[in-house]
Design a protein around this ligand. Structure first.
Ligand code: GAL
Length: 646
């Protein structure tokens, strides 16, 4: 269940057999290689050098490792950029983003599609049926370094073509975008411009379409790679390594191409990237917040239709966050076991050995820089390998009883028009997830429109556009449902619905949203009723036909209920959110097991895992006898026991 990311091209060949042997000694079975190696595979056009990769594959697989091969398209080499500058991406300032790091290409470039297809075809033909090859990774971290969208001439060309297909006539586009406003009307598709460098806000409908266009383009680019690989590499799976808190393309759509999802888990790095309070950032600086990794494990399990890997696991301090503390002792082990508890098939560390050169020289590996000597993270990985031997094979991961419907497009629409500066979709979903997990519940994520049959409780933090399939799934489910504010507030073309929000959910909720207030930091509206707390950031004035369970201090409905459909007309503060989730869990007949803020539980088959992020101890429930760990769970420790004994 363990793997590692390795760069044979970074080390002298004499070292490869030693590295391979030590990987096996550590308990590693899988090794990912190749994803940035284009300049070594093709130093000049058509002058291929596969000799070194042939030898590396043979050394690794000869030692008993199974190889995951990455396609090298995240790093087009210098000669290619010089020959074909039209592959470069453009920034929001309208200027090209050049060679010298990585991801310097735009998905809109036809040239780059051709060049990618060419190198992928060569690799797939050469290694597709290599005995030691188990699977492929396409590219590396789509969207990383803000590369989902690009704003150059190739993008404009491709966007116009996409719009032509979608709208057929410019009149339909003008109508859909509402271009009569501010005299934005266009006389042909050639008039369409990029949604940047305008005096003030460009058309929100145009921006949303630009976002959709890029998202679809990534999925198509990925499919192109997958089609080529599948032709030459029968029986091998394909994945892509997605990122944390990257919502600017639809991952469900990309994963439709893949056999399984994978993601890159840097729990401490994300503490800086996520909009935590300063107090939270300091508290979780050396462990990460207890829901950061878990949230993504659960999300990517859904993206991968039940199958996921952690392709890159933080093994120590990283280099790329504003501050990069060393994880507390025990955390590398805890994160690894936690990923497995959430259903990961494999956890693969990034990277084998710290590189004493180039951009990531301050990024830890399992080995110290340049040496054959375990780093503190490497020693913890060894301990995990020992744990896994003791545990034997882990049971299958079953469905949870709670589902969160997760909608990438709602991130795009609320970024295009936030209305309140701190309205952040990722944060909203994260806080709802956190509140459910504080009740000791396991959570699945679900794609909008997918069946909800398996669940007792379904929560929809927000879907700005509610498609017919999502509406039908919500209507059909027997689960207790919680719908969040702002849902159904836009149609396909970014217009307010004629019947007012929640638009297609009006009949189901019994509500009509008459007006909305966004509240600056420090302002809140108290809520009283069967749940108590306050609205922050966003609150609605709702006309409710159903039951009103709680009201804002001015008497307007805050939480409503029509049969089993609950509607929360605000962004709740922590107290209100926790109270609402407890109420809903009770309504759904779920048995909860509240845990303190530093402890989390997760079931896998008949096993229950407990994770203590610290700093306090936690005592396991009465009568439980752990098969790993102690009854008094120390900070950064893990325990697990069998469900029958709980
Ligand atoms: C990931 C990336 C790796 C490496 C790593 C450092 O985003 O896929 O190549 O850069 O971060 O943490």
């Amino acid at each position: 269940m363990l793997g590692v990311c390795y760069y044979p091209e970074h080390w002298h060949e004499d070292r490869w057999p030693v590295d391979a042997r030590r990987m096996r000694e550590l308990g590693i079975s899988f090794v990912r290689i190749g994803e940035f190696a284009w300049s070594r595979l093709e130093p000049a056009r058509d002058a291929f050098d596969f000799g070194w990769l042939d030898r590396a594959m043979d050394v690794l697989t000869g030692a008993g490792l199974q190889v995951v091969l990455g396609t090298p398209t995240a790093t087009p080499p210098k000669w290619l950029v010089d020959e074909c500058p039209d592959i470069l991406p453009y920034g929001r300032d309208g200027r090209p983003r050049g060679f010298g790091s990585r991801r310097h290409y735009t998905f809109s470039s036809q040239t780059y599609w051709r060049e990618s297809a060419r190198i992928v075809e060569h690799l797939a033909r050469r290694y597709g049926d290599h005995d030691g090859l188990v699977g492929w990774q396409t590219d590396n971290e789509y969207g990383c370094h803000d590369t989902t969208q690009s704003f150059g001439p190739e993008d404009l060309k491709a966007f116009r073509n996409w719009l032509r297909l979608r709208y057929q006539s410019i009149d339909q586009l003008n109508e859909a975008w509402g271009n009569v406003f501010w005299s934005m009307e266009l006389s042909g598709f050639e008039d369409v411009t990029l949604p940047i460098l305008t005096v003030t806000e460009p058309s929100p409908a145009a921006r949303l379409d630009f976002w959709r266009f890029h998202s679809e383009q990534i999925a198509r680019y990925d499919r192109m790679q997958c089609d080529i690989i599948r032709k030459h590499s029968k029986g091998r799976w394909i994945t892509h390594n997605f990122m944390g808190f990257t919502l600017d393309f639809d991952h469900f759509q990309v994963a439709d191409n893949l056999d399984l999802a994978s993601w890159d888990s840097y729990p401490i790095g994300f503490v800086e990237k996520f909009p935590f309070t300063e107090e939270e950032r300091n508290r979780w600086a050396q462990t990460s917040h207890p829901d950061i990794a878990a949230f993504h494990h659960d999300l990517y399990r859904a993206v991968g239709r039940g199958r996921f890997w952690v392709m890159e696991q933080q093994p120590g301090p990283v280099n790329w966050a504003p501050w990069n503390p060393v994880p507390k002792p025990g955390m590398v082990r805890l994160w690894t076991l936690e990923a497995l508890a959430h259903g990961a098939e494999v956890v693969s560390y990034f990277r084998w050995r710290q590189a004493p050169f180039a951009q990531e020289q301050m990024h830890a590996g399992l080995n110290l820089p340049g040496l054959d000597e375990w780093s503190p993270g490497g020693r913890e990985a060894r301990q995990v390998a020992e744990d896994l031997v003791r545990l034997g094979s882990l049971p299958e991961t079953g469905p949870a009883s709670v589902a969160i419907i997760f909608d990438y497009q709602s991130h795009w629409t609320t970024s295009v028009q936030p209305q309140g500066a701190d309205f952040r979709y990722a944060e909203l979903c994260f806080r709802w997830y956190e509140a459910l997990r504080r009740l000791g519940l396991d959570v699945d994520f679900v794609r909008p429109g997918a069946s909800l049959d398996a669940y007792r409780l379904v929560v929809l933090p927000l879907a700005t556009e509610v498609g017919e399939d999502l509406r039908a799934a919500l209507e059909a489910t027997k689960a207790t449902v919680l719908i969040g504010a702002r849902s159904g507030s836009r149609d396909r073309h970014f217009r307010l619905p004629a019947e007012l929000p929640p638009g297609p959910l009006s009949a189901l909720t019994g509500n009509r949203v008459i007006q909305v207030s966004t509240l600056r930091p420090g302002l809140s509206h108290g809520v009283r009723g069967v749940v108590e707390g306050a609205a922050i950031r966003w609150r609605e004035d709702v006309e409710a036909a159903g039951e009103v369970l709680a009201r804002f201090e001015d008497g307007e409905p805050a939480l409503t209920r029509k049969q089993d459909i609950f509607y929360l007309a605000c962004w709740p503060d922590e107290m209100l959110l926790q109270a609402v989730m407890s109420l809903l869990a009770k309504e759904a007949g779920l048995s909860v097991m509240p845990v303190p803020e530093h402890v989390r539980l997760r079931r896998r088959g008949d096993l229950i895992f407990a994770f203590n992020y610290g700093p306090g101890d936690w005592t396991l429930p009465q009568g439980v006898e752990p098969i790993l760990g102690e009854r008094v769970l120390k900070p950064q420790a893990v325990a697990l026991w069998r469900r029958s004994s709980d």
